[in-house]
Design a protein around this ligand. Structure first.
Ligand code: NI
Length: 140
């Protein structure tokens, strides 16, 4: 099968690209392009997993962010206030001079969980967002 390949130009911070190159080398990828294709596929799978969540969920959002990013802490606080009905509890740890870790316990409609996660991950300075969800189930 012949695939249409398109070229794109992307600007990345040097330290991010250097680390990516180290990892694709350690993993034995034949090219940077193949590593980027896999990373994009994972991004899509992650999006689809979040989108397919249904019903009431309980879960945690784990967030690592750069608190020195201008305006970021205020933006995160605004989002958390907008979703205060969804948030049961949160924990904040100052990891080092720059990075903060936040674990937010959410409980509510899966669509709201999806929306808050996507708002957070789109913010500049948010480095990693990980959602886990579960459900107590019914009738057992
Ligand atoms: Ni902090």
């Amino acid at each position: 099968m012949k695939r249409d390949l398109m070229r794109i130009g992307v600007s990345l911070p040097a330290n991010l690209l250097n680390r990516f190159d180290e990892i694709i080398s350690l993993r034995g990828y034949s090219s940077r392009s193949e590593g980027i294709r896999d990373a994009i596929r994972n991004y899509i799978v992650d999006y689809e997993w979040i989108s397919q969540q249904k019903g009431d969920r309980v879960g945690t959002i784990t967030l690592i962010f750069d608190h020195s990013q201008r305006g970021l802490v205020d933006e995160l606080t605004d989002i958390e206030h907008d979703y205060s009905k969804l948030i049961e509890s949160s924990l904040h740890v100052h990891l080092d001079e720059i990075n903060c870790l936040e674990v937010i316990l959410v409980r509510g409609e899966s669509q709201d969980v999806k929306n808050i996660v996507e708002k957070m991950m789109a913010l500049k300075g948010v480095k990693h967002v990980k959602l886990t969800t579960t459900s107590p189930g019914e009738g057992f």
